[in-house]
Design a protein around this ligand. Sequence first.
Ligand SMILES: N[C@@H](CCC(=O)N[C@@H](CS)C(=O)NCC(=O)O)C(=O)O
Length: 214
Amino acid sequence: MKLYVTPGSPYARMARIVVIEKGLESRVEVILAMTRAAESPYYKINPSGRVPYLVRDDGAGMEESAVICAWLDHFDGKPVFDLPGGGEAWEARRLEALARSMVDGLSVWGREITRPQHEQSPSVIQHEAECARRMADVWEAEIGHPLMRGALNMVQLTLACALGLEARNPDFRWQPGHPKLCDWFKRIAARLSLAATAPPAATSGSAELGKLHA
Ligand SMILES: N[C@@H](CCC(=O)N[C@@H](CS)C(=O)NCC(=O)O)C(=O)O
């Protein structure tokens, strides 16, 4: 399989983490894609131009981090990241949506600040900065939830990738005033799969097509 990513994408990071957690490094070639660039050769592989994108062994291509993570997790027939069913199902889905909402907002903010200065919208930046601040407050209150402890699951993974975006955006300073979230993040960020996929500090944003070790 081939997994197309960029080093700074939180969505691609989720898939890269699952590759490592599931020991799929020898089955999945992780490839850097050139996104958001006119005439990128990547558009011939994935017409939407987004990452992550998984080209399966049967040649079919899959979009969407949640779908790709689930596919990779189920590849060996022994999924470990599925959210619980039964009585906990709605809580799990509620929290996953909350974490994904934070990634989505931070991605809008991150995209805005990587545009040329004259194209950036101060009101979009302010809106997303305030949203991120409120979301950090919400997570400070939610982080004690039982689903945020114990075996790694998609909620934890998604939130960790959201908070990790502090490396990409110097104005996303969620740590002050959020001691419980800081403790939680410190522990999860030390995990091998997270340390190996930590986003680089923001530079130009996209990368040449090439190989990337998960
Ligand atoms: N909902 C998608 C979002 C993917 C996404 O927006 N990826 C960004 C990188 S963080 C991207 O590929 N942007 C390039 C573009 O929009 O052309 C997912 O969960 O995979």
